[in-house]
Design a protein around this ligand. Structure first.
Ligand SMILES: NC(=O)c1ccc[n+]([C@@H]2O[C@H](COP(=O)([O-])OP(=O)(O)OC[C@H]3O[C@@H](n4cnc5c(N)ncnc54)[C@H](OP(=O)(O)O)[C@@H]3O)[C@@H](O)[C@H]2O)c1
Length: 321
């Protein structure tokens, strides 16, 4: 919301896009809508939104009535990740597309659990289903491949989870696993419940999303061999760095005649590999294609706006194509 406001003038003057925010919804606030536009100040202030909700006795109670009340042209979906089902994001996106709105999400769940259905629904409705923020924040990964027609992706590897990368970096600097996790949480990188990150789930969902969309193979999460970093001690992590083969949580996928093999697990990486230098919140991906044998992208220390930027860029793609 803040980035939208920050770039409002630029969107209008350079891209011909003007907008008004007609709905906001969260689990605790409920569904707030006003087709005439909500006060932009109120949209970033939960107290003002609560006041607005209390002042109205006719607020919608479901995603579908909310979309109708808001007369939404675009939905930005950013609910929490449900690794096992992709809900409620799948239902939210389906409802938005059926309503006739573009659907933009930062949530990886719908890609893994319902990509083909939502892609085909968007096409049938003449709308866009876009999700650039789901992997490496707002870095153009999926839209890069839109610019590479008729290319074949044969494999990829990378570091896609910042929480585990921060924890491993801090363990190398002398902290224990628990101290490193606390530091990542204090920095606001790791969530209070960091189980998804530490167990490799977040990285596995991202790997599955890349395989599903870029290799067009709807891989199931359980088909990805997954191991998190919980089993690594501070001593092991420091010894690995000392011997010049530091630990990193690596995502890999490879296409072969027998199908796709995909793994997420801690690996010791030689210092000659660029992945050994990816520290803290940075991310990295290396694509192997039949045209470009190696195509790599590094995201250095993303700031707070990185994920929001991916959604804003999706907005521009959706309405200007
Ligand atoms: N944070 C990042 O850097 C980042 C980067 C890339 C992708 N993502 C993805 O973006 C999404 C949001 O991330 P986050 O860190 O903001 O997650 P979060 O802290 O869990 O916040 C999720 C938001 O969704 C709302 N919500 C949850 N369930 C809902 C429901 N059933 N109906 C309506 N609203 C609901 C919550 O409402 P309340 O506030 O009322 O509880 C909260 O505002 C996640 O899917 C995440 O994986 C995040």
């Amino acid at each position: 919301m803040q980035l939208l406001r920050d770039r409002e003038q630029e969107l209008r003057e350079r891209h011909g896009i003007s907008f008004r925010i007609t709905g906001v919804a969260t689990l605790r606030l409920g569904w707030i809508a006003d087709p005439n536009g909500l006060d932009p100040e109120a949209c970033v202030d939960r107290t003002l939104l609560s006041d607005k909700r209390r002042a109205s006795d006719q607020e919608p109670t479901t995603i579908r009535t909310w979309l109708q009340s808001a007369q939404a042209d675009i939905l930005f979906e950013a609910t929490s990740l449900n690794v096992q089902t992709g809900q409620p994001a799948v239902d939210h996106i389906r409802a938005a597309l059926e309503h006739g709105a573009h659907a933009i999400t930062a949530n990886k769940g719908p890609i893994v659990h319902a990509y083909r259905e939502l892609r085909d629904l968007a096409a049938a409705q003449g709308k866009r289903f876009l999700f650039e923020s789901t992997v490496m924040d707002g870095v153009p990964i999926f839209s890069l491949f839109d610019q590479l027609p008729a290319i074949h992706l044969q494999g990829f590897h990378g570091i896609l989870n910042s929480t585990t990368n921060v924890i491993l970096s801090e363990m190398e600097n002398g902290l224990s696993f628990d101290e490193s996790l606390k530091k990542a949480q204090a920095l606001g990188i790791a969530e209070t419940d960091a189980t998804h990150d530490i167990g490799g789930w977040d990285a596995a969902v991202k790997t599955a999303a890349l395989i599903t969309v870029l290799m067009d193979v709807p891989v199931k999460l359980e088909e990805i061999q997954r191991e998190g970093i919980r089993g690594l001690s501070g001593e092991a992590v420091r010894a690995a760095r000392k011997e010049g083969r530091p630990y990193k949580l690596i995502c890999r996928a490879k296409k072969s005649e027998s199908g796709i093999t995909a793994t997420v697990r801690p690996e010791q990486i030689p210092l000659t590999d660029p992945m050994a230098q990816i520290a803290g919140t940075s991310s990295y991906i290396y694509f192997e294609t039949d045209i470009f044998p190696g195509l790599a992208i590094t995201e250095e220390n993303p700031g707070l706006y990185a994920t929001a930027y991916g959604m804003l860029a999706d907005l521009v793609r959706a309405v200007t194509r």
